[in-house]
Design a protein around this ligand. Structure first.
Ligand SMILES: [Zn+2]
Length: 109
C-alpha cells in the first residue's frame, strides 16, 4: 500500500491482541488503522494492517489469495486463529462503530 500520510488522516485504530481469554498478559498481534481521505471526505476510508512482528497473514499479505482467511498467531499461548475475510471485515468495522480499541482474537473461535 502506498503511503497515505499526506493525503489521509488516521480516523481509528484497533489493536488486535491475544490474552488467551484472560490467561496471559495482553500481547499485541497487529494494529488495524483506518485512514480517512482529507480532501475527498466522501471516499471510503482505507484500512491497513501493520506488518511489524508478522503475527498475522491473510488476503492483504497475499493479494492473489482473496479467498484465504485471515490468520493470527500468538507466540505466548500458541493460539492460531483463522477467520474468514468477510467475517473479519465485518468484525473490525463493528469495533470501529463501537469505538473499541482492542480486539482479543482468543474470543473469535
Ligand atoms: Zn495468546
Amino acid at each position: 500500500m502506498k503511503p497515505l500520510i499526506e493525503t489521509h488522516v488516521i480516523s481509528h485504530r484497533l489493536a488486535v491482541v491475544c490474552t488467551n481469554r484472560g490467561q496471559h498478559k495482553r500481547i499485541r498481534l497487529t494494529t488495524v488503522t483506518w485512514w480517512a481521505p482529507v480532501e475527498t471526505p466522501t471516499e471510503p476510508d482505507q484500512l491497513s494492517i501493520s506488518d511489524s512482528g508478522r503475527h498475522w497473514g491473510g488476503p492483504i499479505a497475499n493479494p492473489q489469495g482473496s479467498a484465504l482467511p485471515y490468520e493470527f498467531w500468538c507466540g505466548v499461548c500458541h493460539r492460531h486463529t483463522q477467520i474468514k475475510a468477510e467475517r473479519w471485515l465485518r468484525l473490525v468495522e463493528g469495533t470501529r462503530d463501537a469505538a473499541m480499541g482492542d480486539l482479543d482474537v482468543a474470543y473469535l473461535d
